[in-house]
Write a protein that binds this ligand. Structure first.
Ligand code: FES
Length: 287
């Protein structure tokens, strides 16, 4: 029996107006239907390398930490962001060349994780948790307030958009984030991945005003605030060698009263968890 397949009618929008083709994302450039947009990626000559010698040295240090070079990709992408404030197409090629991967392989990873930004970020990245518990406790209201406060009533800031000029002092990129693993302190905001707990729209406005004024308010817990690029360098695994400076950069209170309350109640009442049984692991089928 044979089947005939109807040829689909073209949609109402030309390829240039689709979401993917219209966006400036680096991954989109590689698959854009417009050949001009793909120039430099498909060409024999790789894009110009904008990275200084010290970044190449750091890349080699990162790679040396792993038995297999490609395992270094995630910290390498953080290294790129510590220099450029996002993962540019040149950054993708930089990782690919160092790790002997294709641009497509690096791009597939960089576009999978939300921590890798595809547009230049502000001096600070402000992430508002709008996942279930934070949303119920006011996270949505905080995000909406910051959208209009950093943008305007008529043109609220969109996801991963920046108030100010990216990379310039006082610029802020706003994003809403999924659960930031601090539900007991909801609603929470992170600035460059440091926590500001138990937020309200008023507190959030005061926080971004301070950032725009060049101040670095102390997070509720965790390390002192730096900026997005500084945090990215730490995520790539680079810290000050001097112990005192290192401690000053990374140390901070790591627990909150709310987090320990359950354990405290259990300790006060003498509750203990049932002992786990030593169950043997099932045999795995041989491949
Ligand atoms: S829902 Fe916001 S931290 Fe978990």
């Amino acid at each position: 029996m044979t089947y005939s397949t109807a040829v689909p009618e073209p949609g109402p929008h030309g390829a240039k107006t689709t979401h993917m083709a219209a966006g400036p994302d680096t991954d989109v450039v590689g698959i854009a239907p417009d050949p001009a947009a793909a120039e430099g990626i498909l060409a024999d000559n790789p894009p110009v390398d904008p990275f200084e010698e010290d970044t190449h040295t750091r890349a080699k240090e990162i790679i040396a930490r792993y038995p297999v070079a490609r395992s270094a990709l995630l910290p390498m992408l953080h290294l790129v962001q510590s220099v450029q404030g996002y993962v540019s197409q040149e950054g993708i090629s930089f990782c690919a060349r160092h790790l002997d991967l294709s641009d497509a392989e690096v791009s597939a990873v960089a576009t999978f994780y939300t921590m890798y930004k595809r547009r230049p970020c502000g001096e600070h990245l402000v992430s508002v948790c709008t996942n279930t518990l934070c949303a119920a406790m006011g996270g949505e209201a905080i995000y909406k307030k910051l959208q209009t406060h950093l943008g305007s009533e008529d043109a609220p800031l969109g996801q991963e958009e920046t108030a100010g000029t990216p990379n310039e002092p006082g610029s802020i990129t706003l994003e809403h984030a999924e659960c930031l693993a601090a539900c007991d302190l909801a609603p929470v905001i992170q600035v460059n991945y440091e926590y500001f707990d138990n937020q309200t729209p008023e507190k959030a406005v005061a926080l971004v005003d301070a950032l725009q004024a060049g101040k670095k308010p102390a997070p509720t817990r965790g390390a002192p605030l730096t900026n997005f690029k500084g945090a990215e360098l730490q995520l790539a695994g680079f810290f000050p060698e001097d112990e005192l400076t290192y401690r000053g950069d990374v140390d901070g209170p790591s627990q909150a009263v709310e987090t320990l309350r359950g354990a405290q109640i259990a300790a006060d009442r003498g509750w203990t968890a049932p002992a786990t049984q030593d169950v043997p692991l099932p045999e795995l089928e041989k491949k």
